[in-house]
Design a protein around this ligand. Structure first.
Ligand code: A2H
Length: 265
């Protein structure tokens, strides 16, 4: 943890079919809580990630809602006035990440009615909520991981991912990086527009797996900076607006509809 607090948007992905182990939550409002730095990309969600070996807690939150996330996050939320009583949180259960794999969710703003929970082996349980929502068009890690599950039967088998959970899900453009026109009359453009920065980078850098951590680290930085500084929405409620300007509008909208909360750590 650095000296400067990082602002995350904690996005609520509703559990729409319970795994056997969680049947007692049948008539409850139960959510996986994903921490993101890019709330404006939520239109592009195709799946959600958890760490199979991760220990998650189930926490009772105000309004009779139940959040699945790392206990660390619940504790932090307690000191940000997000729980029933300041400084306190109520844990009602626990669940291993592996139990959540394959769980269908309803993700706010996603164009898909239903997305699935998949494994991601590079999740740190000491950051955010330990749950990562996946936007393969704009996050290189998300793209590399989803494509690996779509294309490699052996990886699916090893990580217990069913083809059913990935086969109908493709990244789609939500943010365009405009091309650069030449200043000189009649000269060809300096660069072409890019409609899915993460896809572009993974292809150019030949990233093929969630295990290519070194390259992914580099790609992640480029995607993040370009998306924020140059990106323009091509999908959703703010088409044509710059990401740097409208990012907060999407974030505020998610908070106002009760689909997300602001969380610092
Ligand atoms: B981001 P930082 Cl479109 N372990 O959200 C590993 N990764 C985690 C995590 C954890 N415990 N908690 C959150 N993250 C991911 C969207 C996104 C993200 C896009 C592009 C880039 C990007 C959709 N996935 O992150 O270490 C989450 O993925 C690249 C910076 O705090 C979160 O934002 O900088 C980001 O990493 C937080 O990483």
């Amino acid at each position: 943890e650095g000296a400067v607090p990082q602002e995350y948007t904690a996005v609520k992905l509703r559990v729409i079919e319970l795994p056997e182990e969680l049947k007692e939550y049948e008539d409850k409002d139960l959510f996986l809580i994903a921490a993101t730095l890019r709330p404006e990309t939520m239109y592009g969600q195709t799946n959600c990630f958890v760490l199979p070996d991760g220990n998650y807690g189930i926490f009772k939150m105000p309004g009779d809602q139940y959040f699945i996330m790392a206990e660390r996050a619940a504790k932090n939320m307690a000191y940000q006035d997000l729980t029933e009583e300041f400084g306190k949180y109520e844990q009602v259960g626990k669940v291993k990440g592996s139990v959540l794999i394959g769980t269908p969710l309803k993700a706010p703003l996603s164009k898909f009615e239903k997305i699935y929970t998949l494994p991601l082996l590079t999740i740190s349980m000491n950051k955010g909520t330990g749950v990562v929502t996946s936007v393969p068009s704009d996050s290189p890690t998300d793209y590399a991981t989803l494509m690996e599950y779509k294309n490699k039967a052996d990886v699916r088998k090893k990580l217990k991912v069913e083809e059913e959970w990935v086969k109908d899900y493709e990244p789609f453009p939500i943010i365009t990086i405009p091309g650069e026109e030449s200043k000189e009359e009649g000269k060809e453009a300096l660069s072409e527009p890019i409609d899915m920065i993460a896809v572009d980078l993974c292809k150019k850098m030949k990233i093929k797996s969630q295990k290519d951590v070194k390259k992914l680290e580099e790609a992640k930085d480029i995607a993040y900076k370009k998306g924020f500084n140059q990106g323009v929405f091509s999908y959703g409620d703010f088409i044509g607006e710059k990401v740097s300007v409208a990012k907060d509008k999407v974030k505020d909208m998610l908070v106002e509809t009760g689909d997300a909360l602001i969380y610092f750590e």
